[in-house]
Design a protein around this ligand. Structure first.
Ligand code: DX5
Ligand code: ZN
Length: 217
């Protein structure tokens, strides 16, 4: 299963509902929602109240990416707001296994993300206890950044680990994904491709997502 998850971080925030409807109509599979706290990353975005309001507007799964310190404090609120996947950063969770277990207890699928400088080995011990592994291919905080090409071997290694230890885990790649680098990311083994600027800065969402889906095959 290969999926396209537009990140609304690059959408027009004054028209978020319309933007989500537009990418849904254009063929998006998931909506990726970037939550930033101004502490873990140098930017502040949206909270559970906004997620809850958006929930009424689409049936697409909400893929909520928590770039916040102390993520365990916000799990209940984001689950209640209607998140389908909640992803926390390994760098932020003091008791990662407890945190992912709690996410699953609340209902959503549990994801774990690794910053570019964080080794894959940190997630390996509990790979079988998560639903999604998110490899960051930019340093989180902003959309429209350049894809870090040295992450391709890490994506490949993550694919091998998942296939060996926990084949049900989805492998997601987030940051600087474009139509140009998508083939190499897919070849490295990604299942879910997050795309912010590549979708929302393109004039024609339908044309862009169709081209992305054609690359998936
Ligand atoms: C980065 C976010 C990404 C970002 C993706 O901190 O986690 O989801 O919005 O945007 P692009 O695709 O423009 O890099
Ligand atoms: Zn993200």
């Amino acid at each position: 299963m290969k999926l396209i998850a537009p990140s609304i971080l690059s959408a027009d925030f004054s028209r978020l509902g319309e933007e989500i409807a537009a990418v849904e109509a254009a063929g998006a599979d998931w909506i990726h929602i970037d939550v930033m706290d101004g502490h873990f990353v140098p930017n502040i975005t949206i909270g559970p109240a906004v997620v809850k309001s958006l929930r009424k507007l689409t049936r697409l799964p909400f893929d909520v990416h928590l770039m916040v310190k102390h993520p365990e404090q916000f799990l209940d609120a984001f689950a209640e707001a209607g998140s389908d996947v909640i992803t926390v950063h390994v760098e932020t969770a003091d008791h990662l296994h407890r945190t992912v277990t709690r996410i699953r207890e609340l209902g959503p699928k549990a994801g774990v993300s690794l910053n570019p400088g964080t080794p894959l080995t940190l997630i390996e011990p509990i790979l079988a206890d998560i639903d999604l592994l998110l490899i960051m291919t930019v340093n989180p905080g902003f959309s429209g950044q350049q894809f870090i090409r040295t992450m391709l071997p890490k994506i490949r290694q993550a694919r091998e680990c998942i296939d060996r230890q926990a084949p049900a885990v989805l492998l997601e790649v987030d940051g600087g994904v474009t139509l140009t680098n998508m083939p190499s990311i897919l070849e490295a083994g990604a299942d879910v491709l997050v795309a912010g600027a590549a979708v929302f800065s393109s004039g024609d969402y339908r044309a862009t997502i169709s081209k992305m889906k054609a690359l998936i095959g």
